[in-house]
Design a protein around this ligand. Structure first.
Ligand SMILES: Cc1cc2nc3c(=O)[nH]c(=O)nc-3n(C[C@H](O)[C@H](O)[C@H](O)COP(=O)(O)O)c2cc1C
Length: 223
């Protein structure tokens, strides 16, 4: 039976940027697999999935990250699961890269003539349509895409009563460096995009009431 609109909207009201979780409550493996699956199934430009999800459960590593993550001071020590979403760098996302060619051949299982056609189309899109003309632009384009699994994971979590907090409040260069030093990220291919904490809100959590622009302010219809 399909979910009802009311149920789905209830989950959107339930979700808020949770600052502190109940550290005694752990998300079950089954539920966390469901959240990761919602991330994995997310759409991406040309279907090239320019991301990786690092699930950081190691306490010492969380502590190190905390030093440079002002936006996750209470989430890092209390979250049941803490995810760093990595984005692929230009070496992988640029047209003609080994990553893109392998992806078309081995993940998308495209026939060789389509690999060539799609590859040319992708190159044209990057150079002409979207002006993805340098490494930084390509990396930023990949990070934009990672916000789709970010949102899908948070919304799916909310639908099964799990709290989350998206996190951009951190020193990216410092945490990139930590992950590189700890051999947790191949920095030739990846950089940090955004982080997200999951768990169950602390019992005494003060949940702020939702403030949003009105529908009229947020939307303009063109007839
Ligand atoms: C990309 C992004 C980054 C965010 N970074 C942080 C953060 O570092 N720390 C934090 O506590 N909240 C962070 N937030 C939460 C926002 O402040 C919050 O979503 C917004 O105020 C709306 O409130 P609500 O999510 O509770 O409805 C972030 C949200 C987004 C979407």
């Amino acid at each position: 039976m399909p979910n009802t609109k009311e149920n789905i909207l209830q989950a959107y009201y339930f979700r808020y940027a949770c600052k502190e979780f109940d550290s005694q409550k752990k998300i079950s493996d089954e539920d966390f697999d469901f959240i990761l699956e919602a991330g994995r199934l997310s759409p991406s430009s040309f279907g090239f999935e320019p991301w990786k999800f690092l699930v950081v459960q190691n306490k010492e590593l969380r502590e190190k990250i905390k030093t440079y993550a002002w936006g996750a001071q209470r989430q890092l020590p209390t979250a049941s699961h803490f995810v760093i979403i990595l984005a692929r760098k230009a070496i992988d996302t640029a047209a003609g890269s080994d990553y893109i060619i392998n992806f078309m051949r081995n993940i998308q299982k495209l026939p060789e003539e389509i690999v060539k056609l799609k590859g040319d189309f992708y190159e044209n899109f990057q150079k002409k349509d979207f002006d993805l003309s340098d490494d930084r632009k390509l990396f930023d384009w990949a990070t934009k895409q990672t916000y789709i699994p970010l949102a899908n994971m948070m919304s799916s979590a909310a639908q099964i009563g799990i709290d989350s907090c998206p996190i951009e409040g951190f020193d990216k260069a410092k945490i990139d460096e930590i992950l590189k030093e700890e051999n947790r990220m191949d920095s030739n291919h990846f950089g940090i995009s955004v982080m997200v904490a999951f768990g169950y809100r602390a019992e005494d959590a003060k949940v702020p009431s939702k403030t949003r622009k009105s529908m009229q302010e947020a939307v303009e219809w063109i007839y």
